[in-house]
Each structure stands twice: as C-alpha cells, then as structure tokens.
Design a protein around this ligand. Structure first.
Ligand code: 5MM
Length: 342
C-alpha cells in the first residue's frame, strides 16, 4: 500500500468543491434506462451515450472523477482515443465499478449481498493498468418489516471492507457505497436509524480489515423518507437528519463524502446537498459532495434519446446539472439557476 499516494488521490477526488460523475451502470441497468426512453438496447447505443458523456467539454470544471463500468473503461472515442486517456487529459480521474452486482442473501428473505470478491485482486491490477485511479463497490440495504437484519448488514459491511483493503493494496482509492434504498414506506426517522446502524457497522469492519481511512471516500445515501411514506420531509429536515447521522458515524479522518442520488429528482438532490453545505459546512470535518448517476444524467438522457443530432443539447443538460451540483457543494445553489437550464 502506498499510503501517501492513496491519501493524495482521495483528497484530489473531492478538492475545490467538486464531485464525481457516476456513469458506471452495468449493461442491464443501462438497458433498463434506455428501454424507458425507447432507445435501442445495443452495444452501439451504449457506446454512443458514454462517448457523449466522456467528450462533454469542461467536465473538469465541476467534477474531479468519473466512475466507469468495465465495458466503458475499455472503450475509445470516435477519434480512437481511449476514454481513460481522454478523461485524464481533460483533468478528470477515471475510476471503475468493481462489484459484480447483487444476489439474494441466503437465509435472509428480501435481502441482498453484493458479489465480486473472487478474483478481485487480479481484476484490480488490470483496471489500474487501464488507467483507473479509484474504484467503487455498492452494497444494497433494503429497509422493510423486520429488515435489514443483523446478518445482512454484517455480511455487506464485511464485503465492503474486504474490497476496500484489496483496492488499497492495488493503490486504488476505494469508494465505499452502502446504499439504504429509498423504496418502501419508512419514515425519515426509520431511515436515519437504519443508515446509522449500517454506517457504524461499515466503519467497524473497515477498522477490522485495516483499511486506511485517509485513503478512501464514503458514498452514502441521504437520510430520506421512503418513496411510499406518507409523511414528507422538508429539505431542511433531510439535511439535518443526514448530517446528524454522518456526524455520529463517520470518522473525521475520512477525506470526503460523496452522496448517491438514489432515485431523487435531479433538482431535489441538488437542493438537499446545497442545504447541508449552506447550513453546516463550517462545522463539518469532511467536504460533502456528489457522486450522482441518475440525478446528473437523467435530463441529458431524456434529451439525447439515441439521436446523434441531440448530442450537443444533451451535453449542455449534463453540464447544467453538474454546474448546479458544484454550486450545491459550496452552498451556493439556488433554484433560480434551474431557469438557465437548456
Ligand atoms: C445507487 O447507484 C449509484 C449511484 O447512482 P444514483 O445517483 O442514480 O443513485 C450508481 O453508481 C450505481 O452503483 C451504478 O449505476 C451501477 O448500478 P448497477 O445497478 O448497474 O450495478
């Protein structure tokens, strides 16, 4: 493990109030998003869409890194430049999703475990040679009646810690993503309790597996009521609940926290991130930034719809969301910015 290099990379990923762009959808997830918009579910369409994102000018004004998927990490622009090289030259660090997705956790009905530890040491070496500087692994925690169970939380936290230790051995900064899903009817308070329990367990396992906290980033969910909850929460309540939960559980040594969006609308994700920074930034030990996928990409995808003549407009929509979220990292987002949207 090169401690200094890991620390520097982790810090560089959250420097200057910028975030990360998650564009690491696996093929099935990408195809689901395409199908919803009648975009052909083909390898060509996936490549065209990822090329659109990677070649968007001035990405580096808003993000420090982009998380790619195995297929994407190996692809080239229309001019024959590897996506990784294109991003690096544009000032954006390439990263790679290394988990192999989720499967049912045996003996735990309704719960999932993330797979991908087998052979990970070798895959990480390959990804590092291909230009990746950091990695990401997502664990999924489902709130519901009688769940999440202790067994599910422990198993997922253990896998996250094993993954993180392997990443650091390979000089890749691990992004640790324990996602408490928004689906369900849980209240804000119930989501807070589950998220707190999950994060406590994750950091306990990271300690046991000797993961260098200064050489990692956390990618958590915001604390939110479930989509089917009938008691809504204000932006201020979400902000307060999320920050309280993180302050109780995340050591100050962690260089940064980059939220997932989890199915929130693009505007709400920006508003909630902004509120946290506007209200609490001066009292927090870590920067709060973003690593959104849907909340950044969805408006652009809806404009592109697979049409090459829409590429420029889609890139402008992508930049608009990144600009809003970059402002939210500084507590300077204002809903009036949305009026400037293409
Ligand atoms: C939770 O998903 C991650 C963040 O995306 P959102 O901001 O849309 O919630 C995302 O990086 C996710 O891990 C990737 O899209 C890969 O997902 P799949 O399901 O394809 O493994």
């Amino acid at each position: 493990m090169n401690v200094q290099a890991l620390k520097e990379t982790a810090k560089a990923l959250v420097k200057d109030g910028k975030g990360l762009l998650a564009m690491d959808e696996s093929n099935p997830t990408c195809e689901r998003r395409f199908a919803a918009l009648d975009i052909p579910r083909t390898a060509e369409a996936r490549h065209a869409y990822r090329a659109l994102i990677v070649t968007t000018p001035t990405l580096n004004e808003y993000i420090n890194g982009a998380i790619l998927y195995d297929e994407t990490l190996r692809q080239f622009t229309q001019d024959g430049v590897p996506f990784t090289q294109f991003l690096i030259e544009a000032g954006v660090m390439p990263g790679i999703k290394v988990d192999m997705g989720t499967t049912a956790l045996a003996g735990h009905p309704g719960e999932k475990i993330t797979e991908g530890l087998d052979g990970l040491r070798d895959r990480l070496q390959t990804y590092a040679k291909l230009g990746a500087r950091f990695a990401k692994w997502r664990a999924v925690i489902t709130p519901g009646a009688g769940i999440p169970s202790h067994g599910c939380i422990q198993a997922n936290a253990h896998a996250l810690a094993r993954y993180a230790a392997l990443c650091q051995e390979a000089r890749l900064v691990p992004i640790i993503e324990p996602e408490v899903l928004m689906d369900g009817d849980q209240t804000l308070q119930q989501c807070a309790a589950v998220t707190e329990q999950v994060l406590r367990t994750v950091f306990e396992q990271l300690h046991i597996q000797r993961v260098l906290l200064e050489g990692m980033l956390l990618k958590p969910n915001m604390v939110l009521p479930g989509l089917a909850c009938t008691t809504p929460a204000t932006v201020a309540e979400v902000s307060e609940a999320t920050v309280s939960c993180l302050l109780r559980t995340v050591p100050a040594a962690v260089p940064g926290i980059v939220f997932l969006s989890g199915g929130q609308t693009a505007k709400l994700a920006s508003a909630r991130l902004n509120e946290m920074n506007a209200t609490f930034k001066s009292r927090l030990p870590w920067p709060l930034a973003f690593s959104f996928a849907r909340a950044v990409q969805q408006p652009a995808l809806e404009i592109w719809k697979g049409e090459s003549s829409h590429v420029h407009a889609a890139q402008q929509a992508l930049l608009h969301r990144l600009r809003c979220n970059h402002a939210a990292c500084r507590g300077e987002y204002d809903p009036s910015m949305e009026g400037l949207s293409p």
